[in-house]
Design a protein around this ligand. Structure first.
Ligand code: HEM
Length: 189
């Protein structure tokens, strides 16, 4: 398939570039020997000792190519959906925009060091947005052996359990009478 070939080509380019980067960084790390390490996803998979995992059988760069594809599929539409609903909710709730803006002005300086940990209200607004509009609205899990759920329900091996995150996020019994309202404050203790 044409798309498949394109993806192979683009992935191979990234893998090669990253291999060079990791190689030169390795030398750099030895020289610096500082404890701090911020690895990106591709680097951490490159350094993975895949012999330790019996289900992984990497041949050439296929494992890395498949990993890049998985991250693209897992991370692209989820992030797009989360941000689309977030900005739509902001457009409907100018009060929240004012509070986020205020928090940013107070905590982030243009030339100083960013302190993203201080943006508590912004984080709460993102949580609240994903509570009402979860990018993954339901999930499916299967136990490999019979088990007992915290609720007391018995589940058989290989049975399918559906978890409706969309409904869970809107349950009055969990969130209160204002469950349908967009209120980031509910996340700030
Ligand atoms: C707002 C953004 C995102 C949402 C809402 C989201 C949601 C989820 C959910 C619900 C799961 C399943 C968790 C489970 O079964 O317990 C999951 C798994 C996963 N996500 Fe995301 N995700 C997001 C962003 C990303 C990004 C940016 C990446 C990678 C670049 C990513 C990579 C993965 C991977 C690899 C898994 C499988 C983890 C595992 O079971 O080993 N996700 N994500």
């Amino acid at each position: 398939m044409e798309a498949d070939a394109t993806f192979d080509r683009v992935s191979a380019k990234y893998i090669l570039a990253k291999r060079h980067e990791v190689l030169s960084q390795g030398i750099h790390d030895q020289q610096q020997s500082n404890g701090e390490c911020h690895e990106d996803l591709l680097t951490s998979h490159m350094k993975l000792d895949t012999t330790k995992y019996e289900l992984l059988n990497p041949s050439g760069d296929k494992f890395l190519r498949d990993t890049i594809l998985a991250f693209n599929l897992a991370g692209r539409d989820t992030t797009a959906s989360a941000l689309s609903w977030f900005f739509w909710l902001l457009s409907e709730n100018p009060r929240v925009v004012t509070k986020i803006r205020q928090e940013i002005i107070t905590n982030i300086s243009l030339h100083g060091q960013d302190n993203l940990d201080k943006l508590v209200y912004l984080q709460a607004a993102l949580y609240e947005s994903m509570r009402l509009y979860p990018p993954v609205p339901f999930q499916r899990k299967s136990p490999i052996k019979p088990d007992l759920l915290p609720s007391g329900h018995k589940v058989e091996a290989n049975s399918t359990i559906m978890i409706f995150l969309y409904a869970l996020g809107r349950m009055r019994a969990v969130w209160g009478e204002d469950a349908m309202e967009f209120k980031p404050e509910r996340w700030v203790s």
